[in-house]
Design a protein around this ligand. Structure first.
Ligand code: NAD
Length: 486
């Protein structure tokens, strides 16, 4: 079957290569984390499909790169218009596929997809000024040239949002694109491909190869015809990608995992702190940026813990299509086993499970209860490894210096949340925190013009605003002599 019906929407289950649909000899099953229903059999791409996609993307490159940012922007805006007109369908399909909240897909995530497209189209037009500067009377002119074919590899926790955060700047920069979505969430990429065709994007400029990471993904990142690899996913996979890319010296951008702290200082508004802490369970904890380590100054720890537990107890877990639900399921059974494994090993290591610590069996196998782990011993796995589920830990500290040392005490450096009533203390913390993004008395405020990425093992490079174009484009400097003109 070339299409499957998901939430009343027909989704093509084949690849999208060179402006046509292409099947593969084999398929893989895509199931919904909401209730385990099978959503479709998806084309299982490998070397041959990657070869075809690279040929199509390379063939489409020269004419696409030759357009001006404005000409490209007109088409990208048209895609954005079509996404906007199809928000309901995209939201329904995304929720069925990855189990995130329907209301947030409708009102937050899909509008953000539209914004991703519009923002980067406009940034290429308006903001990539060519800063001219003079060296001994010679004029330097900086430009951002299209680089070739961008291979984009994305995870399942926010599929279309994270894909378009890469697709939009790559297309706006004049690159052509091959997207390999996560095998757990292949569907909205396929719908998006339809919209690019409707918007008049020339054949081959945008391609989707479906398939498993170790097959389609591995073939794509090893291909010598690729000029850029932008990867969002886990650290172990990033290492495989980096090794494959090394053979061709393909530049990579890595947005990886985290073990970020939420730091509550003793002068914090504890109601705000508890609210922000509860937000770290959003998307059932499947958020790379989540501040999953609650680090609380000892003087206020008891009071904070009480407020936090009260709020956490009110979290409504259930079907992500219900308007009242706050936390849905986790992505698949092996992932829930992995989450539970972390919690059970923490227990064995002597930690206390303050609440949660088990599947919510009333709802079915994939719903894990919001969990808090306390009294974990320093250096144990639960305090150092990314769980990527609704599992937070709490530790206390006495002095600010101790708090800072705890905060920086992992191999990651993606994000941090600091809650304090004192601006100077906030600045002292932010100065020394190792993190790509820090939120003070807030969480998840993200402007697309801001640099985004991780320090240490949380990533390599930054995307966002001009940083995205610095990556997807070949940045060039041309020096004009003051003399020699006729
Ligand atoms: P993953 O690393 O398992 O998979 C990510 C993608 O890589 C998938 O599309 C997968 O098919 C592909 N892949 C797997 N093996 C491959 C290979 N050998 N070669 C090429 N591609 C391959 O990650 P995941 O489980 O899908 O996502 C969760 C992880 O992503 C977490 O660590 C999370 O923190 C991270 N993440 C980071 C950000 C960020 O912006 N920093 C955002 C979201 C998620």
């Amino acid at each position: 079957m070339a299409t499957t019906n998901v939430a009343g929407v027909a989704v093509d289950t084949r690849h999208w290569i060179g402006g046509s649909r292409l099947a593969s000899p084999t398929t893989f099953a895509d199931t919904s984390p909401i209730d385990g229903t099978k959503l479709g059999e998806i084309a299982r791409g490998g070397k041959a499909e990657v070869e075809a996609a690279v040929a199509a993307a390379r063939g489409a490159f020269a004419p696409w790169a030759a357009l001006s940012p404005h000409e490209r922007g007109v088409i990208i805006h048209r895609i954005a218009d079509l996404v906007e007109a199809n928000i309901e369908q995209l939201a329904q399909v995304e929720t069925a596929d990855n189990g995130s909240l329907l209301r947030s897909h409708r009102r937050g995530v899909m509008p953000r997809v539209v914004h991703n497209l519009r923002f980067f189209a406009d940034w290429a037009i308006n903001e990539l000024h060519h800063p001219n500067f003079i060296t001994r009377d010679h004029t330097n002119v900086v430009s951002w040239d299209p680089s070739g074919v961008a291979a984009l590899i994305t995870p399942w926790n926010a599929p279309l949002m994270l894909a378009t955060w890469k697709i939009a700047p790559a297309l706006a920069a004049g690159d052509t694109v091959i997207l390999k979505p996560a095998e757990w969430t292949p569907l909205t990429a396929s719908l998006f491909a339809d919209l690019t065709a409707q918007a008049g994007l020339p054949a081959g400029v945008f391609n989707v190869v479906q398939g498993l990471g170790e097959e389609a993904g591995a073939a794509l990142v090893a291909h010598p015809g690729i000029s850029r690899i932008s990867f969002t996913g886990s650290v172990p996979t990033a290492k495989l990608v980096a090794r494959a890319a090394a053979d061709n010296l393909t530049p990579c951008s890595f947005e990886l995992g985290g073990k970020s702290p939420t730091i509550v200082l003793d002068d914090a508004d504890l109601d705000l702190a508890a609210t922000l802490a509860v937000e770290q369970y959003d998307n059932a904890g499947q958020v790379c940026l989540a501040g999953t380590r609650l680090l609380v100054q000892a003087r206020v720890a008891e009071k904070f813990a009480k407020k936090f537990a009260e709020r956490a107890a009110l979290i409504k877990q259930g079907d992500p299509r219900d308007e009242e639900t706050q936390i849905g399921p986790n992505i698949h059974a092996a992932h829930v086993d992995r989450i539970d494994g972390f919690v059970q090993r923490a227990r064995t290591d002597g930690a206390t499970i303050a609440f949660g610590g088990e599947r919510n069996t009333e709802l079915g196998g994939l719903y894990y209860r919001p969990t808090l782990v306390t009294n974990a011993k320093a250096g144990t796995e639960i305090l150092t490894a990314e769980v990527f589920g609704p599992v937070l830990t709490m530790q206390t500290f006495d002095t600010d210096e101790e708090g800072l040392a705890l905060a920086n005490g992992t191999e990651f450096g993606l994000a941090a949340v600091v809650v304090t009533g004192n601006r100077e203390r906030a600045e002292a913390f932010t100065k020394f925190l190792v993190a790509g993004t820090i939120w003070v008395n807030c969480f998840f405020v993200r402007d697309l013009q801001a640099p985004f990425g991780g320090s240490r093992k949380s990533g390599v490079g930054r995307e966002g605003g001009t940083w995205s174009f610095d990556f997807y484009a070949d940045v060039k400097n041309t020096v004009y002599a003051p003399t020699g003109w006729k």
